[in-house]
Ligand binder design. Structure first.
Ligand SMILES: [Fe+2]
Ligand SMILES: [Fe+2]
Length: 318
């Protein structure tokens, strides 16, 4: 293809995005658009899969059958989100094996929030309320993103995330209406998950390297700082209802701006965790790599079974 032809295609492509048309897998797209989407969608898929680990930790210790069933269903939802997103990612021409390889080798990133430990049952409440809550804020705008398979996946994922958020909040509410010890447990979980949840919405706009291009392609529709403010504005009143305190002395409603003011985020901690030095990075990666290696015989058996069936079919047909 000549340079002129490519330029032409690029113009048509940009015009389609400007008209809010969806880009579909077989459509022409700039290589950078493809790569950016592979990066973001696979990061998202990996986060769903790694995100099962901190909560999976409490399935066997949930305080009642009802809680166990709900938590189990939630963790299964996250597996579904991961698989759905891997499939959407594969429509851009990367294989599932490559995606797994990137995760297992440490080349791919996933959300840094999942590198924190889940110490008490209240963490299941705080994660649903705050982590799924922040995820929704991040993901709702993606329902309108320009890449069709990603946008459609997000519609379903967001519905499930909002259910997770509610069930997490309900765990918090139950603890906060319980004994003094239970309320203290809820407060402690809020103390530990609040700041990492704010970090989940990404570095500040002036530090975010991908924001500008992603906004242009409507892969991102709001900036990190806008999303973070929205999350804080939405969550602060919910903490008041629970009767527990957000661990930020600078958090205050600002009548003038119509938003909450909030304190300084410890970005050193964020970058440490992103670089692999969070409390559970090694543990999380080991769990995934072990699961992959221990599952080898299942994959081999499934392949052998499929081959045998195929041969049988051919033998019958001839
Ligand atoms: Fe999810
Ligand atoms: Fe979720």
């Amino acid at each position: 293809m000549s340079e002129r032809e490519i330029k032409n295609l690029e113009e048509i492509f940009e015009a389609r995005i400007a008209r809010d048309e969806k880009i579909e897998p077989k459509d022409w797209m700039p290589e950078k658009y493809r790569q950016t989407h592979i990066r973001q969608m696979s990061q998202h898929a990996h986060s769903e899969i790694i995100g099962m680990l901190p909560e999976g930790n409490w399935i066997t210790r949930a305080p009642s059958l009802r809680r166990k069933a709900a938590l189990l269903a939630k963790v299964q939802d996250e597996a579904g989100h991961g698989l759905y997103l891997y499939s959407a990612c594969e429509t851009l021409g990367i294989s599932r094996d490559e995606l797994y390889e990137q995760l297992h080798s440490g080349k791919a990133k996933y959300s840094s929030i999942f590198n924190y430990p889940t110490i008490t049952w209240a963490d299941m409440g705080a994660i649903g309320w705050l982590v799924d809550g922040a995820a929704i804020i991040n993901q709702v705008p993606l329902c309108n993103t320009s890449y069709g398979p990603y946008a459609r996946a997000m519609v379903r994922v967001c519905k499930e995330e909002s259910f997770h958020q509610r069930q997490g909040y309900e765990i918090m509410l139950t603890l906060c209406r319980g004994t003094e010890e239970q309320k203290a447990m809820a407060q402690d979980a809020l103390n530990r998950w609040w700041w990492p949840s704010l970090m989940m919405l990404g570095p500040t706009d002036d530090q975010s390297v991908h924001t500008e291009q992603s906004m242009k392609w409507k892969l991102k529709r709001k900036s990190n700082d806008e999303l973070r403010q929205q999350f804080i504005d939405q969550t602060a009143p919910q903490a008041d209802v629970l009767g527990i305190t957000i661990p930020d002395p600078d958090l205050k409603w600002n009548e003038e701006t119509g938003h909450y003011d909030f304190g300084e985020i410890d970005w050193d901690e964020f970058w440490q965790v992103v670089k692999g030095h969070g409390p559970c990075n090694k543990e999380r990666m080991k769990a995934r790599v072990d699961a992959w290696e221990n599952g080898e015989w299942v994959r081999d058996a499934a392949m052998a079974h499929a081959e045998k069936n195929e041969k049988r079919k051919i033998a019958k047909a001839s």
